[in-house]
Write a protein that binds this ligand. Sequence first.
Ligand code: ADP
Ligand code: MG
Length: 594
Amino acid sequence: MTGLTVSPSVPRKRRSNWQLLMANRLAAAGLFLFGFIALLAILAPVLPLPNPDITDQPNRLLPPLSDGHLLGTDHLGRDILARLIWGTQISLIVGISATALAAIFGSLIGLVAGYMRGATDTVLMRFVDMLMAFPYILLAIAIVAALGPGLLNALYAIAIVNIPFFARNIRGVTVSVRNREFVEAARLSGKSHPAILFTEVLPNVLPVIVITMSTTVGWMILETAGLSFLGLGAQPPTADLGSMLGQARAQLFTAPHASIIPGVMIFALVMSINLLGDGVRDVLDPRLRSGALDRPMAVTKIRRKAKPAPTIENAPSLVVEHLTTGFDDGGHLTPAVKGISFRLDKGECLGLIGESGSGKSVTALSLMGLVASPPGLITDGAVYIDGRDVLGLREQELIALRGARVSYVFQDPLTTLHPLYRVGEQVAEAILAHQAVGKSAAKTRAIALMETVGIRDAAERSRAYPHELSGGQRQRIGIAMALANDPDIIIADEPTTALDVTVQARILDLLQNLRRERGLALLLITHDFGVVAQVCDRVAVMKNGEIVEQGVTDTILRDPQHDYTKRLIACVPELGEGQRFLARVRPLFEEAGA
Ligand code: ADP
Ligand code: MG
C-alpha cells in the first residue's frame, strides 16, 4: 500500500489527454523521435552545416565519418548530413501542408454532403468516388504530369488524391450526428444551416478530422517522397528525402550509404508519425477513454493489507468479510466499497439495496474479481465461497469459478448480449465455456434452459437475435445463461430495473421459483425496497460504500433503525396514494438536509 493516498473527499481527477498519450509507450516513443527529427529540421538554418548545394567533385562519394563530412558526400560531393536535414525540412513542410489542404477541402466536402444529403450529397460523393476510382499514386503522377514537375505541384497532387479519405470519413460521421437531438433542437431554435453546421456539427466531427490527419500525414510524406523519387517532385538542386534517394539509386552498390541514409530517415520519420498518430487516435476516441486504454487485467488487482485465513470451517455459500475496493488513479485511491461484510446461506436471498452510486455494482463485481484493473484495486477483505477465500486463488482457478459456481445477471441484457449472435447460440456458448459437451448437445440444453426460464416456443425463439426479443424475454435469456452451468450462487445486479412493473414481477417470480427448485443462493441488488419486500429473506442497506444496516427483511421493514433505511422505505409509493406520497416523503428528506 505504499505510495497510495486515500482521500474520500477529493473527486477522482480524470487523466489529461497528455497523460493518456504518455501512458502509451509506443506513442510516447513516436512523439520523442518525431520531435527530435522536427527540431533538427526547424534548426537547419542555424545549425553549423555546410551549404547543401555546393558541389565538390574531388570529394565525391566519401564514406560516412570522413573528415568534415559526418555522413559522407554524395555523387556530386555534396555534404549528405546537410542535404539530409534540409531535405527532411522540405519533406515535412510538403507532407504537412498537403495534409492540411486535404483535411480542409475533404472535410468541407464531407460536412456539406453529410449535412445536406439529397442531390448535393450525391453530386459531391460521386465526384469523390471518381477520384477514388483511380489508383491514387497513378492519379498523383497524372496530375503532376499535367501541372508540370515541381514541389508545389507535387503538394497539390498529393492533397487532391487524399481528399476522398477525408470526405468519406467525415461524411459518415456527419450523417450520424445530423440526426441527433441537439441538432434537431438547434434547428427548432431557428439557427441557419451554416451556423448549425459549424457550431453544432463541426465540434462533434473535429476529433475524427484530427484522427484522420494524424493517421494520414506519414502516408502523405511517403507519397511526396515517392513522387520526388520519380523526379516529379523536388527539382535539382533542391533536395527532399525522396529525390536524395532517387539520385543515389545509381550508386546503390558502389556507395550504399548515399541511399541508405535518406531511406532510414524516411522510415524513422514515417514510423514515428504513425506511432504518434495511432496514440492520438486512441486518446481522442471517447470510447477508449476512462481506462479502456489501460487494457484491463483478467482479475482485479488485489493488494490486501492483511492476509485473511485462506479457509473457514462450516461456512455458508458466501461469506464476505471487510471487503474494500477502490479506484486507483495514478497513486490516488478513491474508495468505492469500504470494508463491508455480509453472508449468504444456501438457498437464501439477500437483498443489497442502496441508491445509485452507493457501491452495489462494485461490490458485486469485486466478489469474482471482475472490477476492471486498472483502475480497480481490492485493498482489504476476503470473499469465501464454500469456505475458500477466492481472492487468494490463482488467476486461472478464479476464472474457472466464474459462470460455473457463481454467475451474474446484469441490468440491461441488450448491452450484455452480443447483437450479432442468435440468443440460442449465446446460451449454448455459456454451456460450452465450462462443459465438455458437443455443439448439438449444448444447443439442445440451451433450448431446455430457455424453456426453464419461461420462454415459449423456445426452439423457435432460440434462432432470434437479441433485438428481436422483448426486454423481459431478453432478461430471461440472461437468466438462462446464468443457469447454464448449475451455479450455486447467482448475483443479479438490478435485473429488473430496465423493465416495466408487470414484467418485473414475472422476472422476480422466475428468480424466486428457480431459487426454491435448485436451492440457489441469490444476491439481489436493487434500489427498490418494493423488490426487496417481495423476494428477499434478508436485506443489507448500503450507503456511500458502507453497509449501514442489515437483517431479516420483515424486521427491517417494520422497524428500520437507520435514517437512510427509513427514507428508502418511505420512497416506495402506495397505489392510490396520490399527492399524499409527497407530503409523507418530503419531511423525511428536509430533516436529513438532503
Ligand atoms: P451502484 O451502487 O449504483 O451500483 P457503483 O458500484 O457502480 O454504484 O459505483 C460506486 C462508486 O464507484 C461510484 O461513486 C462510482 O463513481 C465509482 N466507480 C464505479 N466504477 C468506476 C470506475 N471504473 N472508475 C472509477 N470509479 C468508479
Ligand atoms: Mg449499479
